[in-house]
Design a protein around this ligand. Structure first.
Ligand code: PHE
Length: 501
């Protein structure tokens, strides 16, 4: 989220500031897609633990595998779109797979669970990176509106996530888990319909790079397009098999992580000094972003169960639905705080005191650490009842999301600025992949907060609270520590960044 910059050369008229109408098409498509994505994710762990009766460590492992794979596939989906399909077809195909995934999850049968997730994993790989790339195609490279377009888009993501997390969380926990999944599916259909109707207005944007080649049969009478679709459907059962053997995920994620890091370092060492150092700066921040997500994503894991068990959801005699509240709060705060940060950065910039990107990253850790510590203080002060106040919970998320605002919306624009032009998509894929590793680690950290079944079922908050308290405090302190370490390293990274801020 960078400021909407104007220089005297670019007179900022209302006309220039207006966004093309296609931005709203992408805004609403992504809003409804994120509604379903986060609506479903809200239910995942709680559904496994309370309905499927998985032990908590297993629940965390499956959640980790899902969340990791769902952000690993964008590397592949981005590649296929760049090379063959073009962004539009990729978004349509990804959207269809996601609809299938959500509807399969709505089927109340044992087999449906892993299949539903596998379809969503493949679908997100095609959908997520390419809808963002489509936003980029609406503007020339140096269009000053580009940053504000991405901020608006980020707002759409979070409006969808807030509504989805709340509604699906509420319906799933209160009525029936499968209705919750089904609701997510309905909104995914809505997103897809919006895109299908509106996509003509995109004109030439996001069409395949070589339409002719895409129509040429490559194998028997199958074209590359067919082969990509068929191949993807074949990947689905492979992903299901992975869920059954989820221990293998450790090797896959750390193996892939190692390969990516080695590869990008190798690439960097072969560049000229300035390009190399810029890429180093990018890699440095991508590595730290992994840790950020590892802490942050407790939201979709441990904090879901914590909210249901150990947060006092009673407001004036009304019992609020814990799962819904936990999934509404973070994106809800993003929407509110977006306005503040949209004002703050340009304000500081004008006074020449806007923090550099690495310093913002450092702040993001410190703020998030404070947020977790606020959760911990709630625990420490309520050991007798075992319930922390809703105020503590809301305020903890306030700080965590201030942290998110200093990192997540800035990350994408940082990637585009620090990587050599011809590598932007690849580094973008790695940025998503870093969050995949982060989500994977998040589930491992969450698993440290597993509550034994007898205690969870006894429904006594004072017994489950100790399982959370010390780990939440450790996350808080570790995060603040990482932030301080980053502050120390800022001068080095700034040097590497050369003219980029
Ligand atoms: N929450 C944002 C989204 O869903 C940003 C994000 C993307 C966070 C990918 C983590 C991983 O788009």
């Amino acid at each position: 989220m960078k400021e909407f910059n104007t220089t005297s050369a670019q007179v900022d008229t209302i006309e220039q500031r207006k966004h093309p109408k296609q931005l709203y098409l992408l805004f609403f498509t992504e809003m409804w897609e994120r509604f379903s994505f986060y609506g479903m994710k809200a239910l995942l762990l709680a559904y496994m633990v309370s309905q499927l009766k998985f032990d908590e460590p297993k629940g965390y492992s499956i959640l980790g595998a899902y969340a990791a794979l769902v952000y690993t596939t964008p590397m592949i989906g981005g590649y296929f779109a760049d090379k063959f399909l073009g962004y539009r077809r990729a978004v349509m195909f990804g959207g269809v797979l996601m609809v299938i995934g959500h509807l399969v999850l709505a089927i109340p049968q044992g087999w449906s669970f892993f299949y539903g997730m596998a379809f969503i994993i493949c679908g997100n790989g095609f959908f997520k990176p390419n809808i963002s790339s489509l936003v980029g195609t609406l503007y020339e490279h140096n269009d000053p509106r580009k940053d504000s377009a991405f901020s608006l888009f980020y707002m759409g993501i979070n409006i969808g996530a807030a509504m989805g997390g709340f509604l699906c969380g509420y319906v799933g926990q209160t009525y029936n888990w499968h209705y919750g999944f089904g609701l997510a599916g309905l909104f995914m259909i809505l997103g897809l319909v919006v895109f299908a109707i509106g996509k003509k207005s995109l004109g030439q944007r996001g069409l395949p790079p070589n339409e002719e080649a895409l129509r040429t049969p490559r194998f028997l009478f199958f074209t590359n397009e067919h082969l990509i679709y068929i191949g993807t459907f074949l990947v689905v059962p492979a992903v299901v098999a992975l869920f059954h053997e989820y221990e293998v995920m450790d090797y896959i994620m750390f193996g892939l992580g190692g390969i990516c890091l080695t590869y990008i370092l190798f690439v960097a060492f072969n560049l000229q000094k300035v390009e190399r150092e810029k890429l180093f700066a990018g890699i440095f921040m991508i590595i730290f972003s992994t840790l950020f997500w590892a802490f942050y994503e407790q939201n979709a894991g441990s904090l879901n169960l914590f909210a249901m068990r150990n947060v006092d959801m009673n407001v004036g005699g009304i019992q609020l639905p814990g799962l819904a509240i936990n999934n509404f709060l973070p994106p809800g705060w993003v929407v509110v705080l977006s306005f503040f940060f949209a004002w703050l950065w340009p304000y500081l910039n004008k006074r020449k005191i806007e923090p550099s990107t690495p310093l913002k990253f450092a702040f993001s850790f410190i703020l998030m650490g404070i947020g977790f510590y606020v959760f911990y203080l709630g625990c420490k002060n309520n050991t007798d009842t075992g319930l922390i106040s809703l105020f503590n919970f809301v305020m903890g998320y306030f700080f965590i999301i201030c942290g998110e605002m200093c990192l997540s919306p800035i990350g994408l624009s940082m990637v585009t600025k620090l990587s050599p032009i011809r590598m932007v998509s690849m580094v973008m894929g790695i940025w998503f992949f870093a969050s995949a590793i982060g989500e994977f680690l998040a589930a491992k950290i969450g698993s440290l907060m597993s509550v034994p079944r007898e205690i969870a079922e006894a429904n006594k908050p004072e017994l489950s609270l100790p399982y959370y308290a010390s780990i939440l405090s450790n996350i808080g302190l570790a995060s603040i520590g990482v932030g301080v370490l980053m502050i120390v390293l800022v001068p080095l990274v700034r040097k590497w960044m050369h003219d980029v801020r």
